[in-house]
Design a protein around this ligand. Structure first.
Ligand SMILES: Nc1nc2c(c(=O)[nH]1)N[C@H]1C(S)=C(S)[C@@H](COP(=O)(O)OP(=O)(O)OC[C@H]3O[C@@H](n4cnc5c(=O)[nH]c(N)nc54)[C@H](O)[C@@H]3O)O[C@H]1N2
Ligand SMILES: Nc1nc2c(c(=O)[nH]1)N[C@H]1C(S)=C(S)[C@@H](COP(=O)(O)OP(=O)(O)OC[C@H]3O[C@@H](n4cnc5c(=O)[nH]c(N)nc54)[C@H](O)[C@@H]3O)O[C@H]1N2
Ligand SMILES: [Mo]
Length: 639
């Protein structure tokens, strides 16, 4: 039996999938060939998500803590205990905290936010993922928008500032490949060649730079461009060009190139791309380069380069920074109450301990302890809370610290609709099988809890219908919900080229350049000379990794000269040391890694000594209060 469904993992591609249910009850998937972006294939992590459904380690009954262990309890007992605790806090609802992660995407997936919003619980602010790129782009453009992905096929050049398309978005990689076949040249910029070990190579040129220093490279190109001046046709759409352009005249290219470690020859190549007005340059901005304390500034100088080189509002050009996954839905059903208190997510451990009064925590869709900076302190903070409820399907580092674990239905065991942060189709994730064991869909868990608390709760179909009631969905021959259930996805009505009218989202309709200032990189402490890059894992979504895949020592990749300087033999066991801890690793030589960087793949669990966050401190980005994971300095020591 085959069903059209969709992948709910937090990923730009947001694939429409064809799910086959086999006679033995097992599932397999392939990409929907009808979907213009999915084009009949999916990545490995989407396939691996299936293995979790039938994983023997999956939690399938509610569990309640008894000392150091958990015992299975009925849903009645678990939900009654939670409802009692919530009721006892009805006069001090700020003592409740809700954390919702990125483990599963969707419209109905957000119902926990609705309930805890209604209850007046504390929430979080800032983010672990992409808030620096979002907020920086909003500061520039006044809103978040980008050209349609298909415009990449009209590009003469694609400059990929640090997006690891082979791992993070295989359908972007396919578009790159098609663009190249049509004659487009691709330049990638990052501290490590993301193509090492890949079957196909996409970049015509890779420019290696020092971690975190993209703003200096973008500024160097801007400074050279400013020597011949910028056309009034562009600057008249900018509200604050005068101070920025004067600042560019004070900058010295060679000094900027020294700061980012890029050679004059490579710079000249990049300059030749952005200076040719007859060419369309698509600028891709990765999430990696915004995970630094000046991540927002990195993004803003790259956007400025796109804008001032005449590549905004143009066919085959533009800055690709993403947009909101929810933008094609009507979200009025969701609660609009402002939480009484918002705790800073990338510093959550400190925030919880400082507040000192959080008595109840609800965590859904996140392995928060493992994925947030200073994981060790996060574990401490969790244990300081009277009742921690974790809605999850696996006994990870977060669930292990819960008082009550509620087993959730997983992907393909529940229905939802969802958007992408890369393309403008909306997808229907159909329920294909019943939840395993006693697991329940998050919506049902929340609704049953709401019933106990006498809080009226919207009906599932009503939420879906309302979400689809938007001007972005037009020209349908049937009702949108019926149609998306049948077809699996729907197009939305969005402009192909963002800002083609040069009207930007700021009140004056103009573009805004960043402050005329470049922050120097933070001072390096000589005892921690290396930058720790904790990059995504090709095969799995963040920490959603089966335990049997986590038994080997974590591998760290360093340039051979870095290993030699530190007296570390390639392939030997070593320690990565930061000011807050030590992480055992196997040191691997990789000549594509910048000599000042160490690369590890993120998502591994702390209980298996594989979580980078055990040694990552709470650095915050300049814009958007995002976790600046990659600003972490470490050293390597032999064991
Ligand atoms: N060191 C370091 N850490 C990072 C980053 C980094 O660059 N470096 N990047 C960060 C980024 S980009 C992100 S997006 C975050 C992601 O961090 P998280 O939001 O914590 O995401 P996951 O690790 O995928 O964990 C999701 C959890 O949700 C559970 N889950 C899956 N499906 C469902 C469901 O249907 N219902 C419920 N209730 N639960 C479900 C999974 O079992 C899993 O435990 O991590 C961040 N952490
Ligand atoms: N397989 C898989 N796919 C995923 C995910 C997953 O967990 N697994 N997670 C999804 C999520 S939530 C996210 S946020 C995205 C992340 O997707 P990406 O942004 O593609 O990946 P990251 O690992 O966050 O960033 C890594 C890239 O940034 C580069 N980089 C690091 N520092 C710098 C720098 O200073 N300058 C420049 N120019 N480049 C730099 C690295 O060399 C690497 O190529 O992937 C999504 N897709
Ligand atoms: Mo993310």
């Amino acid at each position: 039996m085959k069903h059209i469904s969709a992948c709910t993992l937090d990923c730009p591609d947001c694939c429409s999938t064809i799910v086959s249910v086999h006679d033995d009850g097992s599932l397999s998937i392939k990409g929907n060939p009808e979907h213009p972006i999915t084009q009949g294939f999916t990545c490995k992590k989407a396939k691996h998500a299936l293995t979790r459904i039938a994983d023997p380690k999956r939690i399938t009954t509610p569990l309640m803590r008894k000392g150091d262990n958990f015992t299975p309890v009925s849903w009645e007992k678990a939900l009654d205990a939670i409802a009692n605790k919530i009721s006892s806090l009805q006069n001090t609802p700020e003592r409740m905290l809700h954390i919702r992660g990125y483990g599963f995407r969707g419209v109905i997936a957000d119902t926990s936010r609705y309930l805890f919003g209604k209850l007046g619980a504390s929430a979080t602010r800032g983010a672990l993922c992409d808030n620096a790129i979002i907020e920086a782009s909003i500061l520039d453009f006044g809103e978040l928008d980008q050209n349609d992905p298909a415009e990449l096929l009209n590009a003469d050049y694609i400059v990929n500032w640090g997006r690891d398309v082979f791992r993070s978005s295989v359908h972007t990689a396919k578009l790159f490949n098609e663009a190249r076949a049509a004659g487009c040249k691709i330049i990638s910029i990052s501290p490590a060649s993301p193509e090492e070990g890949q079957r196909i190579h996409l970049s015509d040129k890779h420019i290696q730079l020092r971690p975190g220093t993209d703003r200096f490279l973008a500024a160097a190109v801007l400074a050279r461009l400013s020597e011949t001046g910028f056309s009034d046709a562009i600057t008249r759409h900018i509200s604050n060009s005068t101070p920025f352009l004067s600042y560019l005249n004070t900058l010295k290219c060679n000094e900027l190139l020294k700061l980012c470690g890029v050679s004059l020859k490579e710079f000249e190549l990049l300059f030749s791309v952005y200076s040719d007005e007859s060419q369309a340059v698509s600028t891709i901005i990765g999430w990696g380069l915004q995970r630094y304390v000046f991540g927002g500034e990195n993004v803003r100088f790259i956007n400025a380069l796109s804008m001032l080189s005449g590549n905004v509002g143009k066919k085959g050009a533009g800055s690709y920074a993403g947009f909101s996954t929810g933008r094609n839905f009507n979200s009025t059903w969701r609660s609009r109450e402002t939480p009484p208190r918002k705790l800073l997510l990338p510093k959550l451990a400190d925030e919880i301990l400082k507040a000192g009064d959080i008595e109840f925590l609800w965590c859904d869709g996140t392995n928060a302890i493992n994925q947030t900076p200073n994981a060790v302190k996060m574990a401490e903070a969790f244990t300081s809370i009277d009742m921690v409820v974790v809605v999850d399907a696996f006994m990870n580092d977060t669930a292990k610290r819960a008082d009550i674990i509620l087993p959730c239905a997983l992907i393909y065991e529940k229905e939802d609709i969802l958007g992408s942060y890369f393309h403008n189709y909306i997808q229907h994730s159909a329920k294909v099988v019943e939840p395993t064991g006693e697991a329940k869909a998050d919506y049902d868990i929340i609704r049953e809890l709401a019933e106990r608390l006498n809080i009226p709760f919207p009906d599932r179909n009503a939420i879906l219908q309302q979400a689809l009631n938007t001007p972005a969905i037009t020209n349908l021959t049937e009702k949108p919900l019926e149609m998306i259930r049948k077809k699996g996805f729907l197009p939305t009505d969005r402009k192909q080229i963002a800002f083609s009218d040069f009207i930007f989202g700021h009140p004056d309709g103009k573009y805004q350049l960043p402050e005329p200032y470049l922050h120097p990189e933070p001072q390096r402490d000589a005892s921690f000379p290396l930058t720790l890059l904790s990059l995504i894992n090709k095969d799995y979504e963040h920490s959603q990794i089966p335990e049997e895949q986590q038994q080997e020592q974590l591998k760290a990749y360093l340039h051979p000269t870095t290993l030699e300087q530190n007296g570390i033999e390639p392939e030997s066991s070593a320690l990565l040391v930061s000011p807050i801890g030590k992480l055992p690793i196997q040191a691997c030589a990789d000549s594509t890694v910048h000599p000042e960087a160490v690369i590890i793949r993120r998502g591994g669990w702390m209980m298996y000594n594989r979580s980078p966050n055990a040694i990552i401190e709470e650095h915050i980005t300049d814009v958007g209060d995002n976790a600046a994971y990659y600003s972490q300095r470490v050293r390597i020591e032999s064991v």
